[in-house]
Design a protein around this ligand. Structure first.
Ligand code: PLP
Length: 399
């Protein structure tokens, strides 16, 4: 019989969120009367706003007409790629540098194909699990050694360093995953920090995969929304982004990656050309209905709706943060990001997760699930209906 892929064998345990879902189910089975509220996963809860939704509906309608029908479009609608360049990057990219995807997570997984199993990977610790688990699946990271995976350089982001890693720990020739606004810590890197990151990547002949999935939650105009706000980034960075959180497209599925023409491997060959080859080989493009919705999200009415929706979730974040702070719990994030990273010094994060679930019937995410430096933290997500967030805050404040 065919042997199992040893890379899959190397994955430590279940993916974090299915594990949380399992524990929630077990709790619900033992307490059928419980009214459980989830502030755990980062899944959107509010309906898609009317103008963007009309764009989706119109996209579906056009498919039923001879003149409006379209089939495969590997890199995505030209109009959408041009619009993304204009809206997010001030027109700094040509359409062939923007690749439309079915979401940032899917692209994060596929991007690893560019670098294969021989690359050294560095991640912020804690980090969104897909960076590490994706690296294990492709063989770039090997077995679990009790605290982390062999082959991954974990860059601790803690209160001591204001949640920005010590870049002197970065090896040369590595692939660096960097997420800002950060999931899970809610920290947003400022311009000087990102400048240091870009300069280090160039000096160390490394490539950054910059995850900007939460950029639309940034309200402070001094904070960069894209790595390309930093000079030199086109030579060392790929950016992934998504309509999931700002437009409520978590189920619709639409994102994009920017792979600049200036980005080259050590050999001088073009990363952009390889990404085009990979996309046309194993990805047949994002849904054309989703892309019609994406276009609506990028016109002036759609942009207003995105602002309103992200304001709503930021309102939830403020309620959660204020509640925790009144309880004397030190927390990070929630102002330019939808996540609040709460510190429970000296505590095991799964134990805090269980305590909040048992006493408040509120689901959170244990920090240890995001990496070794996540221990003693718990992440609260601001994605929820307002009445649920208010009720969860009320229950927690009685703790
Ligand atoms: N990147 C980060 C940091 C995320 O937190 C998430 C989802 O929670 C994603 C990417 C996934 O985005 P998408 O829905 O576009 O796959």
């Amino acid at each position: 019989m065919i042997k199992r892929n040893s890379c899959i064998t190397n994955i430590k345990a279940g993916y974090l969120f299915p594990e949380i879902a399992k524990r929630r189910r077990e709790f619900a089975a033992a307490h059928p009367e419980a009214n459980i509220i989830s502030l755990g996963v980062g899944n959107t809860t509010e309906p898609i706003m009317p103008h963007i939704n009309a764009g989706l509906a119109e996209g579906a309608r056009r498919l039923g007409t001879v003149e409006g029908y379209s089939g495969y479009q590997d890199e995505g609608l030209l109009e959408l790629r041009e619009k993304i360049s204009a809206v997010f990057y001030g027109g700094a990219f040509k359409a062939n540098e923007i690749f439309i995807s079915d979401g940032a997570k899917c692209d994060i997984g596929r991007l690893q194909l560019l670098f294969g199993s021989g690359v050294q990977v560095a991640v912020q610790d804690p980090s969104y699990p897909v960076y590490v688990d994706g690296s294990v699946l492709i063989g770039a990271a090997k077995g679990w050694n009790g605290t982390g995976y062999e082959g991954i350089v974990y860059l601790p982001c803690t209160m001591a360093n204001d949640f920005f890693p010590d870049l002197s720990q970065l090896p040369s020739n590595c692939l660096i995953y960097f997420c800002s606004p950060n999931n899970p810590t809610g920290a947003v890197a400022h311009k000087e920090q990102l400048t240091a990151l870009v300069e280090t990547a160039i000096r160390k002949k490394s490539i950054i995969i910059f995850d900007a999935a939460y950029s639309e939650f940034i309200r402070d105009p001094a904070l960069p929304k894209t790595i390309y706000a930093i000079e030199g980034a086109k030579e060392c960075a790929i950016e992934v982004n998504s309509f999931s959180k700002p437009a409520g497209f978590t189920g619709v599925r639409l994102g994009w990656s920017v792979v600049p023409l200036e980005l080259k491997y050590e050999s001088g060959e073009s990363v952009n050309a390889d990404w085009n080859r990979i996309c046309s080989t194993i990805f047949n493009g994002a849904s054309n209905i989703a892309q019609a919705g994406g276009l609506a999200a990028l016109d002036s009415e759609g942009q207003k709706e995105i602002r309103n929706l992200t304001d709503f979730y930021l309102g939830n974040a403020k309620l959660i943060r204020d509640t925790l702070q009144k309880m004397g719990i030190h927390c990070m994030g929630g102002d330019n990001s939808p996540y609040i990273w709460a510190h429970f010094p000296g505590r095991d994060s799964w134990e805090v997760f269980s305590e909040i679930l048992e006493k408040c019937q509120v689901v959170t995410t244990p920090g240890a699930g995001f990496g070794p430096a996540g221990e003693s933290f718990v992440r609260f997500s601001a994605f929820g209906h307002r009445e649920n967030v208010e009720e969860a805050c009320k229950r927690m404040s009685l703790l």
